[in-house]
Design a protein. Structure first.
Length: 435
């Protein structure tokens, strides 16, 4: 697996879809969920087999050793004693069958319970898959943001270094004080630190994504940077009510809670079955042989053959309120399951509402952030030129650069926040994740 991972990661830029597909195929937690589902399927098969009779074969072989054993024979003229075999043996053989004919229908209800458990485990797989996809998308978008942030910081550092070069020339000709040059050099050093920090953040998010994909090697990991146009950022946001209604029908966490309610209903019926009689049939065939008998083995097996058939009816009369307690507890679990469904629906609506609010808010912010970023960039360019001509001082230049940098960061934040939340809304609506 490590070799395979290494080959895939080497010199390859991962798209979002490739990341999602690879994670769904290799995530360890998801594999564990699948094993749990397979195990629950075996429980279904076993409970179905319980509807049929159980058959077993048994044998018992005994050997006796009596070193002082004597055999007494009484005759008309007196008593005569003779010795007998000190070692004797006997064996028995039986084939038995037992069948629960009726137990309040609990055997059938157990099948239903196990089938529901299997369905719940399948939904747990889907929940885990959804969680993985959401985490991957979040990290992927964060990488896109940090990637652009690095480019912005590179441009800022490049401009700062050019200003330092100009300042040196201006100091040499006497049009700029030495202290201003030192301040510009300090600002360039700060910009270089900001660039290093941005690159570190980018590498950290790439590492987190790589680990989430279960890729453990020393190869470089990188993603393919998609083109994110204004049309994508400002695309139509799905209606909140439409997303919620679709999510109620499709999301595995809601389906799982509904199955809990169905399972609790069966549990109540199964508990009430404790008040009902249980009917079972039993049958057996057996034989035996022993060394004390004169006949041979075959004759003994034939002569000692016996058959049995039994019907057992068990009627509960008083069980120290065990059945009543089971019924009441099953009803409490039923009420809990209904409340858990309501809570899951509320949480789902809250999640969708937050995604919708963030998407719509950041769309509006993006429009104004883009205008502000363009304005701050133009203003900084003018201040930078005026500084070169000696019309602006170092404070005004630094202020203009900080305003431009802040505007660029705000633009990136609103851009990718809007993009991520739109993708999540469509995902909750039942669509595949796309950026």
């Amino acid at each position: 697996m490590l070799i395979c991972n290494s080959l895939m990661a080497q010199n390859h830029q991962w798209t979002l879809q490739e990341c999602l597909d690879y994670a769904l195929a290799n995530n360890i937690q998801l594999k564990q969920k699948k094993i749990t589902t397979q195990s629950s399927h075996e429980d279904v098969l076993q409970s179905k087999s319980a509807l049929f009779p159980s058959v077993s074969f048994s044998t018992n072989q005994n050997m006796n050793y009596r070193p002082f054993s004597k055999q007494t024979i009484t005759l008309e003229s007196g008593t005569m004693t003779t010795s007998s075999d000190a070692v004797s043996y006997n064996g028995s053989y039986g084939l038995n069958a037992r069948w629960t004919v009726w137990n309040g229908n609990r055997n059938h209800m157990q099948i239903e319970q196990n089938e529901l458990t299997e369905q719940k485990n399948e939904l747990a797989e889907q929940e885990q898959a959804n969680t993985i996809q959401e985490k991957i998308t979040q990290l992927f978008v964060q990488i896109l943001y940090e990637n652009e942030a690095v480019k912005v910081n590179e441009e800022v550092l490049k401009a700062s270094q050019m200003q330092v070069d100009r300042a040196k020339t201006m100091v040499e000709v006497g049009s700029l004080a030495r202290v201003d040059q030192v301040q510009l050099e300090a600002q360039a050093a700060q910009d270089e630190y900001s660039l290093v920090n941005a690159k570190s953040q980018l590498a950290n998010y790439k590492l987190q994504l790589k680990q989430l994909l279960e890729i453990h090697d020393d190869e470089d990991f990188d993603i393919a940077i998609p083109t994110v146009s204004d049309d994508k950022v400002l695309s139509i946001i799905p209606e909140k009510s439409t997303v919620y209604n679709s999510a109620l029908e499709n999301r595995p966490e809601i389906k799982s809670q509904k199955i809990n309610i169905e399972s609790s209903n069966i549990s109540v019926k199964s508990a009430r079955a404790g008040y009902l009689p249980t009917v079972s049939l039993s049958a057996g065939i057996g034989t035996s042989n022993g060394s004390a008998q004169a006949n041979g083995f075959g004759s003994q097996i034939k002569n000692n053959l016996s058959n049995s058939l039994g019907l057992t009816v068990s009627v509960p009369i008083f069980d120290n309120h065990e059945t009543r307690t089971s019924v009441r507890k099953a009803k409490y679990n039923q009420q809990t399951a209904e409340l858990q469904l309501q809570d899951a629906q509320k949480q789902l609506y809250s999640t969708i509402e937050n995604y919708y609010l963030d998407a719509s808010t950041n769309q509006q912010r993006y429009i104004y952030a883009k205008k502000n970023a363009d304005s701050m960039q133009e203003s900084y360019d003018l201040v930078s030129e005026q500084f070169r001509l000696g019309l602006k001082n170092i404070v005004e230049l630094t202020t203009g650069k900080n305003n431009m940098l802040q505007a660029q960061q705000t633009l990136l934040q609103t851009k990718y926040t809007a993009l991520y939340n739109q993708a999540m809304l469509r995902f909750y609506q039942g669509e595949n994740i796309q950026l």
